[in-house]
Design a protein around this ligand. Structure first.
Ligand SMILES: Nc1nc2c(c(=O)[nH]1)N[C@@H](CNc1ccc(C(=O)N[C@@H](CCC(=O)N[C@@H](CCC(=O)N[C@@H](CCC(=O)O)C(=O)O)C(=O)O)C(=O)O)cc1)CN2
Ligand code: MET
Ligand SMILES: [Zn+2]
Length: 775
């Protein structure tokens, strides 16, 4: 009998129950007891789904109130010490996640190469780890009381420290290891005492190209955890660990989980001399994508392994199912041939069960399921738009010139300057303005046909009028239409492109209570008609100032969607790029002089495996350039990237050749700019001076200080002034106050700059520093 399990299951709920409960709790409308009750019901439902599907073990500990890294810290007693009420249960947890009156929130950043964000552990000198995971033990008890065979999961100590940042004082995060290990030992012992026989320890960091000190730490950690607690399944995912075979083989663990979707070939490195005492958990069902698995092919691959390992072969998803939507049952409006080709989390549980039965009872016992899986997959190719010869021809015809602007940056800059007549340090925003409840309600009413098309159009136009008027009153130089019509920057484009489908309820957690519905790229991508031109042209008709057209770039559309697997990423990105290139041309024809092509997922798209990076970067840069390069030299192309950790890919960012890039820098005190300066980044830059992740209104002085730092790193004639990112999650009062301050800060620095210039000597940039510091 093969044991079936999953590394983790979505916790947000099939109907986003956790989201709504959390937000009600934060608004003061649901008390802690009410929230606890919702959590309990969600855990029960997710265990029941695993049990109903026939899995042998249910996973416990993958539930989290906000984030699983934060949850682990709470269990260890290691929430950041700067939060006074960090021990105060849910209140302390949410203070860390969302900020308190006294403290800004913990840093949020991307979980490996996913669109999920975790909270970054903070290591300070006084931090210790007194916790004993009482909450986790409580959940284990809940599951046991329901009669489930449990397998708790904990984020492992190596990955926890690898993701952590040392915040005050010196040292490396590994210095905290001696304090951390006793806590893990305590928790493991308590789990064993509670009757738990297996625990999963997640160590996804092991798939990265780690320095030897981390491998040494891994040896120390697992040696220290040996002999305490339940049997240990070490889980790796998001890549292969064949390069770490020696290390892993020597670790005193009882089982290893491998991601055989990302790296099927790594299996060979492990099976040859797999110790007779150990379990091998084969992650064969894709936890990162939504297509039905080819179960017959998997069975064939697994059969010899099963023959060899018997019940030591466990069957699993490649990684936690956190990254896919919960249940296909809600998708009643998808084309049948598409729906039949899909498997969301619940369906993936069923796939595991089928595999296990196929191995235990023989393929003929599951012949119907295997045939249905094959037919479902084959049906995807029969969908309209699966293949468009016209698109294929157009992609094949792309030559080097298609990715090249008609003039080099220096020439473009002069032409754009003449055409746009912007002041130095122009002010702008990143695109979205607050997505109010009223806007969402209007969209919801439109979708259920309670609001007619023209009424919806007029509602959005009224919002655009309002947004333009407010920006003019604030004195911003380059305006935006505010994106009121977008449910999401990716889903909105997905709704309008052929070859791409969107779901009714395919929600995936992004961070905390926030979710996204990633589109499904199932066919060749085509743009049947202009997507944004109507909104942008309307906005431009209301103002003499330039209004930026606003597009989501090809790399981000690809990365934040679920993508077909029968075409390589480079081709899919090129198809998306061509659709956007046509949109840029239509925007130009409609009188739009600046077009922003957002690429916030550019850094995240970079493969975790170093060996795959260069080819991916080539394809990604090329796609962006194809989207942008049709623009006339007078048209100013902007791009925007948040998530500031891209110092290592600056050559690729420069190669995008955007006229202006806006980046997230406010929270890191402009640190990233040093990398841009060191690299001699050649084009325009707008380093964010307003941290939009916080409801706080930054002062004029604070933003001036950031601008002065920026002006010291970037020649002022290439410097822009803007927030870190879009404003859709903020409220109007704080946005107006913050933008008023932003404009005032820009004007003050401009003036200082002008004075420095007229005073004659020296280069503006270095003069600026001396002057502005005292004004
Ligand atoms: N795809 C994507 N990934 C991204 C980002 C992004 O913007 N898009 N940004 C970063 C993450 N930031 C994010 C910021 C905000 C939200 C967010 O606010 N999500 C909303 C959903 C957005 C959405 O689709 N809104 C729909 C409304 C969907 C909805 O809830 N409808 C209600 C009814 C409408 C109502 O009355 O509220 C329902 O179905 O019950 C709309 O505006 O049309 C949420 O969780 O609440 C998500 C990610 C990184 N990854
Ligand atoms: C996550 S990047 C967001 C860019 C988009 N234009 C916005 O302002 O919302
Ligand atoms: Zn952004």
């Amino acid at each position: 009998m093969s044991v079936t399990h999953v590394p983790g299951f979505p916790r947000i709920g099939a109907h986003r129950e956790l989201k709504f409960a959390l937000e009600a709790h934060w608004r003061g409308e649901l008390d802690a007891a009410g929230l606890h009750a919702v959590g309990r019901d969600l855990r029960r439902a997710q265990w029941q789904a695993q049990r109903d599907a026939g899995l042998d073990r249910v996973t416990v500990g993958d539930f989290a109130w906000y984030d699983h890294v934060l949850q682990t810290l709470a269990w260890l007693g290691a929430l950041p010490t700067r939060f006074e009420n960090r021990d105060a249960g849910l209140a302390g947890l949410f203070a860390c996640a969302r900020g308190s009156a006294a403290q800004p929130a913990m840093e949020l950043t991307k979980w490996f190469d996913t669109n999920y964000h975790y909270l970054v552990p903070e290591l300070t000198p006084e931090l210790d780890f007194p916790g004993s995971a009482a909450e986790l033990l409580g959940w284990v008890g809940e599951a046991q009381a329901l009669g489930h065979a449990v397998k708790p999961v904990l984020l492992g100590p190596v990955t926890l420290l690898y993701l952590a940042k040392v915040r005050r004082g010196a040292g490396r995060s590994l210095d905290w290891l001696p304090r951390l290990l006793p806590a893990y030992r305590r928790i493991l012992a308590a789990l064993a005492a509670a009757g738990v026989d297996w625990v999963q320890l997640d160590e996804p960091a092991l798939v990265l190209d780690l320095d030897p000190e981390w491998h040494a730490a891994c040896r120390d950690v697992y040696a220290a955890l040996a002999g305490v607690g339940p049997r240990r399944l070490l889980a790796t995912y998001f890549g292969g660990v064949a390069a770490q075979r020696e290390l892993l083989a020597a670790l005193p663990v009882d089982g290893l989980h491998l991601d055989l979707v990302r790296d099927p070939a790594q299996l060979d490195a492990f099976v040859a001399d797999w110790p007779a005492s150990r379990v091998l958990s084969a992650g064969v069902i894709d936890g990162r994508n939504v297509w039905r698995a080819d179960l017959a092919a998997l069975l064939e691959r697994l059969a010899p392994l099963h023959a060899r390992l018997g019940e030591r072969l466990w069957l699993s998803a490649s990684c936690s199912l956190l990254h896919v939507p919960v249940d296909l049952a809600a998708e009643t409006r998808l084309a049948p041939a598409l729906r039949d080709g899909l498997a969301f989390a619940v369906q993936k549980l069923g796939e595991l069960r089928t595999l296990a039965r196929g191995l235990d009872e023989g393929a003929s016992a599951v012949a119907a399921e295997l045939a249905a899986a094959r037919a479902g997959r084959a049906g995807l190719a029969t969908l309209a738009d699966a293949r468009s010869p016209a698109v294929a021809r157009r992609v094949a015809a792309l030559d080097a010139a298609a990715a090249e602007r008609r003039a080099p940056y220096a020439e473009r800059r002069a032409l754009q300057q003449a055409a746009l007549g912007l002041p130095p340090l122009p002010t702008t925003t990143i695109g979205s303005f607050p997505q109010t409840g009223a806007l969402r309600a209007a969209r919801a009413a439109f979708k259920r046909h309670a609001l007619g098309h023209l009424d919806y159009l007029e509602r959005m136009r009224a919002e655009i009028r309002e947004v333009i008027a407010r920006q003019e009153a604030l004195g911003l130089d380059v305006l935006v239409h505010g994106e009121p019509e977008r449910n999401d920057m990716v889903e909105y484009f997905g709704e309008q492109l052929r070859g791409v489908a969107t779901t009714a309820a395919g929600w995936v957690q992004s961070y905390g209570s926030r979710c996204v519905k990633p589109p499904l790229i199932h066919g060749d991508v085509q743009r049947p008609e202009p997507i944004t031109v109507g909104w942008s042209a309307y906005a431009q008709s209301l103002s003499a100032r330039p209004v930026k057209g606003m597009l989501t770039g090809p790399v981000t559309l690809w990365k934040w969607s679920f993508c077909r697997e029968d075409l390589d990423a480079a081709t899919v990105m090129a198809q998306l790029a061509l659709a956007l290139r046509d949109e840029v041309a239509d925007l130009e024809r409609a009188g739009i002089r600046i077009v922003q092509i957002d690429e916030p997922a550019f850094r995240e798209g970079l493969p975790l495996a170093a060996a795959a990076r260069a080819a991916w970067l080539d394809a990604a840069v090329r796609a962006f350039r194809i989207a942008a390069a049709g623009a006339a030299p007078t048209t100013q192309i902007h791009t925007h990237m948040c998530y500031s950790e891209f110092g290592d890919i600056l050559p690729a960012i420069a190669a995008l050749d955007a006229d202006v890039i806006t980046i997230e820098t406010a929270r890191s005190d402009m640190e990233l700019l040093d990398a841009f300066r060191a690299f001699d980044y050649p084009n325009g830059i707008g380093p964010g001076v307003y941290d939009i992740h916080s409801p706080r209104v930054p002062t004029v002085a604070a933003m001036r200080r950031l601008l002065e730092r920026a002006a010291a790193a970037i020649p002022p004639e290439r410097l822009w002034v803007n927030p870190d990112c879009g404003l859709k999650t903020r409220g109007w009062p704080e946005v107006e106050a913050a933008l008023a301050n932003l404009v005032a800060a820009a004007r003050a620095v401009r003036q200082a700059l002008a004075e420095a210039d007229t005073s004659g000597s020296g280069q503006a940039a270095s003069r600026l520093q001396n002057v502005v510091i005292e004004v």
